[in-house]
Design a protein around this ligand. Structure first.
Ligand SMILES: [Fe+2]
Length: 328
């Protein structure tokens, strides 16, 4: 919208404040935002020797690296993603698997990455990446050197299951959502990770935008989509603590005090969602494996997210099906 000289004169003295208020908007519109970073977010790969998963993941990596322009509906400058962030549940399952089966799956991950990926990769830990917490099913004792998160941390080349780094003028945080609960898990950070996160964010310049990746969503309506009908006798909707973070309230309070946190991206639910709440964009980014390689998951296709991060702290997300269909 432009203001003509005639419009300005017609508004008279009362219009002065309106005209003045419009100046920053017009000035901002004249300076287009610039994309600083393009991330391909590949979550819930669930790599396994069966169901064509290895060929599917190779096809996904090829798509990421060769057909990035397909998503450029409203971004002027095309280009291959700068880096890949995998969002957890990298392999089909280590949680209930024995050592031999877990080893097989991680070997597949290493081989596919080496053979088919030329981009920088950073990885988030998912519940299925944790080895042997379901001890009865996995046959673990809890004393194995690679038990729990040690194995996946070794695969990701890190000491800790969470980390952060700076890229393209943004601060990028990779959290570990997986907290033990009765030989299973719930979504929350442990005390050490909370201490680390608060110190990590406090050290970021308030002018630097932040995006946080976690496997389990911090805030999401997707559990409502899969909850089914509420029970009339309780009038409650059932949302298990394994579906979204049970410490979400603490995140929301933290975000209120740090306005440079712009987005939180997750996986876990194998559904695609965008939720904007109090200045933060929450994105649930589907699944490379869709319905665990057996087909779509509630109409969510085999896909990955392209996340564009801009210099003004805004972001855009496109979910990109990479053309895979289930094999039987
Ligand atoms: Fe998953």
């Amino acid at each position: 919208m432009t203001t003509t000289r005639r419009d300005f004169l017609l508004t008279g003295a009362a219009g002065l404040s309106l005209a003045a208020a419009a100046v920053p908007t017009l000035a901002a519109a004249a300076v287009p935002r610039t994309r600083r970073l393009r991330i391909a977010h590949l979550t819930d790969i669930h790599l396994q020797p069966e169901l064509g998963a290895a060929r599917g993941f190779a096809a996904c990596l090829a798509h990421v690296q060769t057909q990035p322009t397909a998503v450029d509906r409203d971004v002027a400058d095309n280009g291959t993603p700068n880096l890949i962030i995998t969002g957890g549940d990298t392999i089909m399952d280590a949680f209930e698997a024995d050592m031999a089966r877990t080893k097989l799956q991680w070997e597949l991950w290493r081989k596919l990455k080496a053979d088919h990926c030329g981009l920088e990769v950073h990885s988030v830990v998912g519940n299925h990446d944790v080895w042997g917490w379901s001890r009865a099913k996995a046959g673990t004792t809890g004393t194995e050197p690679l038990y729990g998160k040690r194995w996946v941390c070794d695969e990701f080349g890190r000491d800790l299951s969470y980390t952060s780094f700076d890229r393209g003028g943004w601060h990028i945080v990779l959290l570990d959502s997986v907290f033990p609960h009765e030989q299973s898990y719930i979504g929350r950070l442990d005390d050490a990770q909370w201490d680390w996160l608060e110190r990590d964010l406090a050290a970021v310049d308030p002018a630097t935008p932040v995006i946080i990746f976690s496997h389990i969503p911090i805030l999401s309506a997707t559990p409502l989509a899969v909850a089914g009908p509420s029970k009339p006798e309780t009038a409650l909707i059932n949302i298990p603590g394994g579906q979204i973070h049970v410490d979400g309230d603490r995140f929301l309070k933290l975000f209120t005090s740090r306005r440079n946190i712009k987005a939180c991206a997750s996986g876990h639910m194998h559904l695609v969602e965008q939720l904007d709440y109090q200045g933060v964009r929450y994105l649930c980014n589907g699944a490379v494996s869709a319905g665990w390689w057996k087909g779509l998951n509630r109409d969510t296709d085999f896909g990955y997210a392209v996340i564009d991060l801009f210099d003004d702290g805004t972001i855009e997300r496109h979910y990109v099906p990479y053309g895979w269909t289930a094999t039987t």
